[in-house]
Write a protein that binds this ligand. Structure first.
Ligand code: NAP
Length: 316
């Protein structure tokens, strides 16, 4: 069984992969080219792809009978893979749910606090040497404790964010999901996204990417939000209409935004970089050694199950 891992991994994950499998580990940290994806489907039994490796219907149509029978995705989000086209070509798909949850929720909280309390802007002020000293009305932001958060997508990460908001910051929680959740804390299942957006102080996006959620947060939702409110996106860039968001930030329609992901990642529009009321992180959601190792082991557990002919632990 030949296994291709599409990016360098943490040392312990690479060591395990080399000890258990006949593995090739790509040394390039950028997304796979189309030619690389075609070679992967033809020459390997299992591929471990990740964010941005666009295994779309076109790729599968060029390799109708691939040698590869499993895409063991590294990451919970798999919107870069056309799962229907993969299945039709006889390729199963797995992901790494759970391993990413707490770390991604922590980055959502980082962005909420940075945006509400103007931390990025403040840090730039200090570094610029222009800071004149403390005074009672210097850089006033939004007090987060006790405010109302709206979580768009109350799955694993959405619930971890909501827990932090409720237990850590005494916040009121509302949420949107396709189904109501049984939770051990109070949270309101809102029926209408626009109505919820109008009521909250912070709107946090935690739905998967893909056709169903493309531009779920559009100009209409941003127009419904309070002028004092903040938008946080730790999900996928394309869930938010980036052009509409730039306009909302430029006109003061909303007070600020915190972004970990971008519509045309890794491209970040100059207009966003020019704005002081947006916090921009380089997709740091799961970026700790421990979490990336846990994700790697979870992906390799799926590979190992496949090699042993067992049921796959994390089929999507
Ligand atoms: P999950 O457990 O599957 O949760 C997704 C939630 O979104 C569920 O509550 C689901 O509703 C809801 N949802 C799905 N489609 C919807 C729609 N059309 N309208 C309204 N709600 C919808 O996934 P997760 O583990 O929390 O991960 C969420 C996403 O976060 C991933 O897909 C990934 O793209 C992103 N992510 C980002 C980072 C990062 O580094 N920034 C890291 C990890 C993950 P139901 O519960 O009713 O099904």
């Amino acid at each position: 069984m030949r296994v291709l891992i599409a990016r360098p991994m943490t040392a312990e994950v690479e060591a395990r992969a080399r000890s258990e499998f006949d593995v090739e580990i790509r040394t390039n940290t950028s997304v796979m080219s189309r030619a690389e994806m075609l070679r992967a489907l033809v020459e390997f039994d299992v591929v471990v792809p990740t964010l941005g490796d666009a295994f779309d219907a076109g790729v599968f149509s060029q390799v109708p009978e691939p040698r590869c029978k499993l895409l063991a995705n590294f990451g919970v989000g798999y919107n870069h893979i056309d799962v229907g086209a993969a299945m039709a070509a006889g390729v199963e798909v797995t992901n790494t749910p759970g391993a990413v949850t707490d770390a991604t929720a922590d980055i959502a909280m980082t962005l909420m606090l940075m945006s509400a309390r103007r931390a990025g802007e403040g840090e730039r002020l200090v570094r610029s040497g222009q800071w004149q000293g403390w005074h009672p009305t210097q850089m006033l932001g939004l007090h987060l404790s006790g405010k109302h958060v709206g979580v768009v997508g109350m799955g694993r990460i959405g619930q971890a964010i909501a827990r932090r908001c409720h237990f850590g910051f005494g916040m009121q929680v509302s949420y949107i999901a396709r189904s109501a959740k049984q939770l051990d804390f109070e949270a309101h299942h809102a029926g209408d996204l626009s109505k919820m957006a109008a009521e909250v102080d912070v709107l946090v996006v935690a739905v998967p990417g893909g056709a169903e959620t493309h531009h779920l947060i559009d100009a209409g939702i941003l127009a419904a939000m309070k002028h004092s409110s903040h938008l946080i996106n730790i999900a996928r860039g394309e869930v938010v209409d980036e052009t509409a968001l730039i306009a909302a930030l430029q006109t003061g329609q909303i007070a600020g935004a915190g972004l970990d992901v971008y519509e045309f990642e890794p491209k970040v529009p100059q207009a966003l970089m020019d704005l002081d009321n947006v916090t921009l992180l380089p997709h740091l959601g799961t970026a700790t050694e421990e979490v990336r190792s846990n994700m790697g082991h979870m992906a390799l557990d799926n590979v190992a199950a496949f090699v042993a002919g067992q049921a796959l632990p994390n089929s999507v």
